[in-house]
Design a protein around this ligand. Structure first.
Ligand code: 13P
Length: 252
């Protein structure tokens, strides 16, 4: 793996202050594996507490609003997240795209808002099962990506892409290593088309039912530079196996 592996835990709508003990445990594992960039995206309610305590892992958010402030009840802006200690924001997660009707152009606006607030951004893309069965997985993902990527100056330097097939999220089903490699190569080609050589430095993460059992295999696939982990990132014990699988690839 040419780029420093990036292992990101997306806690989704899980965790209360009792879960801070798990975050501390994850931070200690990160300390033992400096070759791996370990990150966690807790719910917004835990962001400040986790950012305050984390010393070897990076804390970020799962979503933001595209505007920096105003009459948007219930929303949180990118500058507010940065102020609370977030260093990155995930945008365009499929649960946002499908449950909240987020379009590619909205995802792009959010990504640009995150960069304007001087944080890193993870732009997520992924095909539905229907599209994969119709042989349209690559066309769907590359079209989503082209319409969602931030287009501001220097965007590639602070960008990662999360490839998460919708049908693999929370299902225990994963694509074959070959399918993952093919999709990541297609994503890399889009990144180079959009950003030129800088597109080669963007980390592309695989997400969808990653566990300590399958992480080593998935992380070894072509152009996979890390993982976006849901369920298996909720406890230090389960997340540790994934961080160690990434560490084994760089420390080998
Ligand atoms: P699971 O790891 O629970 O499948 O979730 C993946 C995901 O959506 C991470 O963003």
């Amino acid at each position: 793996m040419a780029l420093r592996p990036y292992i990101v835990g997306n806690w989704k709508m899980n965790g209360t202050r009792a879960a801070l003990a798990e975050a501390r445990g994850i931070d200690r594992i990160a300390q033992r594996h400096p070759g791996v960039e370990v990150a966690m995206a807790p719910p917004a309610t835990l962001l400040q507490a986790m950012a305050h305590e984390a010393t070897h892992s990076v804390i970020g958010a799962q979503n933001c609003h595209q505007e920096s402030g105003g009459a948007f009840t219930g929303e949180i802006s990118a500058p507010m997240l940065a102020d609370a200690g977030a260093r990155f924001v995930i945008v365009g997660h499929s649960e946002r795209r499908w449950q909240h009707n987020e379009s590619d152009s909205l995802v792009r606006a959010k990504a640009e808002a995150v960069l304007a607030a001087r944080m890193g951004v993870i732009v997520c893309v992924g095909e539905s099962e229907e599209k994969r069965q119709a042989g349209l997985a690559e066309a769907t993902v590359t079209a989503q990506l082209k319409a969602s990527l931030p287009l501001v100056a220097d965007a590639a330097a602070h960008l990662s892409v999360g490839y998460e097939p919708v049908w693999a999220i929370g299902t225990g089903r994963v694509p074959t290593v070959q399918d993952v490699g093919e999709m990541h190569r297609a994503i890399r080609a889009v990144l180079v088309e959009v950003y030129g050589e800088a597109g080669r430095g963007v980390r592309i993460l695989y997400g969808g039912s990653v566990t300590s059992e399958n992480a080593a295999q998935l992380l070894a696939a072509d152009e996979v530079c890390g993982a976006l982990v849901g369920g298996a990132s909720l406890t230090a014990e389960r997340f540790a196996g994934i961080i160690m699988a990434a560490a084994a690839l760089v420390e080998a």
